[in-house]
Design a protein around this ligand. Structure first.
Ligand SMILES: C[C@H](O)[C@H](O)[C@H]1CNC2=NC(N)=NC(=O)C2=N1
Length: 115
């Protein structure tokens, strides 16, 4: 599911930013693949992507890792056979920032090539 959120810049956050309240992040969450993503305890995004096998899961993880390095905004990965679980939040503010939703939308777009 390609969404315009994925076209937005991954704005760098500063430690002065406040974590997004639910009233603000719920509109961003609705733009993500709702079969994949949830917000956990208002603190972080958790997503699970399915794959044919381990190699596809590994290649997806690498592609997202390259994106994270480009944007300097990094997820946590749990890589296993046929599945990648991701946690995405902004460590600097210990919560959710719009950049987290932009990254998740980019991951949805990358995953389209593995579906
Ligand atoms: C030291 C380095 O600049 C910081 O850790 C950057 C890099 N990647 C990051 N990734 C995430 N998810 N949150 C951050 O606050 C963050 N900050």
């Amino acid at each position: 599911m390609a969404s315009e959120l994925a076209d937005e810049p991954c704005e760098a956050c500063t430690s002065e930013d406040e974590p997004l309240p639910e009233s603000e992040y719920e509109e961003y969450l609705a733009e993500l693949d709702t079969e994949v993503w949830d917000v956990i305890n208002g603190h972080h995004l958790e997503g699970t992507y399915e794959f044919e096998d381990f190699r596809d899961a590994l290649e997806f993880t690498y592609e997202v890792g390259e994106l994270a390095e480009e944007e300097w905004h990094h997820p946590d990965f749990h890589l296993q056979w046929g599945e990648v679980q991701i946690e995405m939040w902004t460590h600097k503010i210990d919560g959710l920032h719009k950049a987290d939703f932009v990254m998740a939308a980019r991951m949805d777009r990358i995953h389209e090539d593995y579906s």
